[in-house]
Design a protein around this ligand. Sequence first.
Ligand code: ADP
Ligand code: MG
Length: 325
Amino acid sequence: MPSEFELIGRYFARPTPSADLGVGDDAALLRLAAGHQCVVSTDMLVEGTHFVAGTDPRRLGWKTVAVSISDLAAMAARPRWATLAVSLPDDDEAWLGGFASGVHACCEAHGVELIGGDTTRGPRNLCATVLGEVPTGQAVTRAGAHEGDDIWISGQPGRAALALARVLDGTSADGSLPAEFLEALEAPRPRLALGLALRGLASAMLDVSDGLLGDLAHILERSGVGARLIDGLLPLRALIDSGADPRRAREALLGGGDDYELLFCAPVAARRRIVSLCDAVATPLHRIGTVVAETGRLELALDDGRCHPLQPTGFRHFTGEKADN
Ligand code: ADP
Ligand code: MG
């Protein structure tokens, strides 16, 4: 049975040319570019809570790093380094090889070097910390949204939640679920090019990990504003075309987690430049609403002009109400 150090050397240690010191000492040494702030984010994936046992290890490796890279993208920051803390129940080398290849693939795809970590035995628990940099003062936080700003969402939120439902009911491999839905759940692509391009354009931003409405509420709270979403602008079509009924599609879009799309606000004056970004960063962007003055207000404008209040966590109640009307 290989020792912990052999496992680290075999699976995780890689050259780290951009660090002054990488894997192998008590700590790594990094040098930030002049005029930059260091930005750091950590996310943990726990078996049974964040992923189901038996998930493809390579995808899991990718996702472990991707979710923290997504946090840096949401700050308009460039990720540069990662550390990886893993607790593993055994040293199944086929699993480790797959997992490590996913970790390294995600790092390489986003210009990140793995500079350290920790490896221990225990329930399967995977935690990456990603460090990066942003020119001082240019990070986009959750706190800058203003009344009148547009509200935008990238890509196709809702796919991960619909895929998870299919994984849990055992129908994810029956051929009817589009491959990109399962990929959105198991190997999400951080919207890094978009996040970087929104520096200087977005007034507030976050990545959607817990559901669009719940995460939007964080922006509203931190910015001291409210939001009106416009029903006719919600990107439901692709979800319905995948076979989800309209009500389920709306639930997944507004309340489903794990998509790692970027939700951001921006002044109306930036609208044209934002639309032109779609091609440049190869990511669809949907304008879905507008920021209103009243703090914490969250409502949905329907096609007939009526407005429905939305609960960040009570979307099921809302859709139920609507169906009964
Ligand atoms: P220490 O006992 O000083 O904390 P460790 O024995 O835990 O050091 O780790 C040895 C080296 O291997 C350290 O540089 C650490 O950062 C690195 N390392 C440990 N586990 C991992 C991992 N899963 N991925 C990357 N580097 C790791
Ligand atoms: Mg030490």
